[in-house]
Ligand binder design. Structure first.
Ligand SMILES: Cc1cc2nc3c(=O)[nH]c(=O)nc-3n(C[C@H](O)[C@H](O)[C@H](O)COP(=O)(O)OP(=O)(O)OC[C@H]3O[C@@H](n4cnc5c(N)ncnc54)[C@H](O)[C@@H]3O)c2cc1C
Length: 439
């Protein structure tokens, strides 16, 4: 088999790296994706039109050098949504990415399989797949995206093997067998919870929808806000988590807080990199949930729909910490510590909607485990992702940047923090392709 570049993971990051490589004239690219369809990933793999992009169309071009590109695609294919401020259904975005990939068909071969190991083979690398293939590669790009969440710690962990429990809200079987009158508990109150609640509302689900929030925080909604220049200058900004919190609060006094948060986007990576490791850890423990709900907002129409369902009593939001579960034939009692005591919710299904596992030491991912074991990769200081040089080359256990293994996207969270959404990923994909094409 021809030896070329193998990209593992066909979400936005992997797809766009392949597209840029092809546009730069590189041939023999293999895009390996374990899910049925490439060019979707978790975010755009939804079939539900009620799942909207949480970023306005004007900011969703996949090509950093052509900011109007997505709007132009909408004009040609979905003209009703071709407005800069529109929040477009995510399945449309999948079609957009698919069209970019299809235009590169001569250069990119897509393969449905899961990479489970990578080994050096003298002339480069061999990627081994679950399906039994051995793909020879000159270079490999890991575009693995986000991982399923871990199980919240509870007193009855045996419940996690129950058929009533769904560990990963995006698994295809999440709602299988759910009866219209079944009561559901969504654990967590972030964007995944919003998405799952929307599906239940769309199905006109008759049972109760309970949402359990650890801190009572829910994603804020988008509202118009005039753009501001960054309210913090990385060189002079505080270098502690608390100092940053105070500085942002001060900057927001008398201003639109959305504009203040958005103004930090171009400098967030720099602010993060200036924090000492202990302060990054403090941010993760104490502040990240507050940051997330203000930074990752939902479309106004989504916020309205959820609020209407709360007002109508279809969705109930509870604040507390999971204690454990007791299951019987009729369902499961979820025991929740509220701070004032223990409450009990009787439901038929529990869906874990907490955020992706962000500790690489807890992952159950054979490929990552194999790379770490062989010393071909190491985690960053916080184990939130993989350690790399400035341009995405993996750093191995010898401390040296690899000449053959690269990554981008959420794997760089520990290094950059702000590395999960299209505005950052499109630039990373282009820059990595330029690096690989110039070798
Ligand atoms: C529900 C949701 C909504 C979002 N909405 C927006 C939005 O509106 N705007 C925005 O900018 N961002 C949004 N995001 C952020 C989104 O994560 C990024 O925009 C982007 O899609 C991330 O792409 P990725 O390729 O890095 O990761 P992913 O989309 O997670 O793709 C990684 C892919 O790698 C595959 N994979 C992993 N391991 C292997 C293996 N060993 N072998 C083969 N394949 C493998 C996975 O199956 C997956 O398809 C959203 C995220 C989510 C979860």
């Amino acid at each position: 088999m021809h030896r070329g570049i193998v990209i593992i993971g066909g979400g936005f990051s992997g797809t766009m790296t392949a597209v840029h490589l092809a546009r730069l004239g590189v041939r023999g690219i293999t895009l390996l994706e374990r899910r049925e369809h490439p060019a979707r990933g978790v975010a755009y793999g939804t079939e539900h039109a009620c799942h909207l992009l949480n970023v306005p169309a004007a900011k969703m071009s996949a090509l950093p050098d052509e900011p109007e590109h997505f709007l132009q695609w909408l004009t040609a294919h979905e003209p009703a949504y071709a407005q800069p401020g529109a929040f477009v259904p995510r399945p449309f975005y999948a079609r957009y990415l698919q069209s970019l990939l299809e235009a590169c068909a001569g250069a990119v071969v897509t393969l449905r399989d899961e990479a489970i190991a990578i080994t050096p083979d003298g002339r480069g690398l061999t990627v081994e797949t679950r399906g039994g293939k051995a793909l020879p590669a000159t270079r490999v790009v890991l575009a693995l995206g986000n991982f399923p969440p871990g199980n919240p710690p509870i007193s009855t962990p045996g419940f996690y093997s129950s058929r009533r429990y769904v560990q990963w809200a995006w698994a295809p079987h999440t709602f299988d067998g759910l009866q219209a009158g079944d009561d559901v508990l969504l654990v967590g109150s972030g964007l995944t919870t919003v998405d799952k609640a929307l599906v239940l509302l769309q199905r006109e689900h008759k049972g109760a929808i309970h949402v359990l929030s650890r801190r009572g925080l829910v994603p804020q909604r988008h509202e118009p806000a005039d753009a501001l220049p960054p309210v913090l200058e990385p060189a002079s900004a505080p270098r502690t988590a608390l100092g940053l919190l105070k500085a942002v609060r001060n900057a927001a006094t008398g201003r639109n807080w959305r504009a203040v948060i958005d103004s930090l986007r171009p400098v967030t990576q720099q602010l993060w990199q200036n924090l000492p490791v202990d302060e990054k850890r403090r941010f993760m423990k104490r502040l990240r949930h507050f940051w997330d709900v203000h930074r990752h907002r939902v479309a106004p129409q989504v916020a309205e729909q959820v609020q209407a369902a709360i007002d109508a009593g279809k969705i109930s939001v509870h604040v507390g910490k999971l204690h454990g579960f007791h299951e019987d034939d009729s369902g499961v009692d979820a025991l929740i510590d509220t701070g004032q005591g223990r409450m009990k919710l009787h439901v038929q299904r529990v869906i874990n909607c907490t955020g992706p596992e962000s500790n690489y030491r807890n992952l159950h991912h054979p490929l990552v485990a194999s790379l770490l074991e062989q010393g071909l990769a190491r985690t960053d200081a916080l184990a939130m992702g993989l350690d790399t040089d400035e341009r995405g080359a993996l750093i191995g256990s010898d401390g040296q940047p690899s000449k053959v293994l690269y990554t981008l996207g959420p794997a760089l969270k520990g290094k950059l923090w702000e590395t999960t959404a299209v505005p950052e990923l499109r630039t990373q994909a282009r820059d990595l392709a330029l690096r690989l094409a110039s070798m």
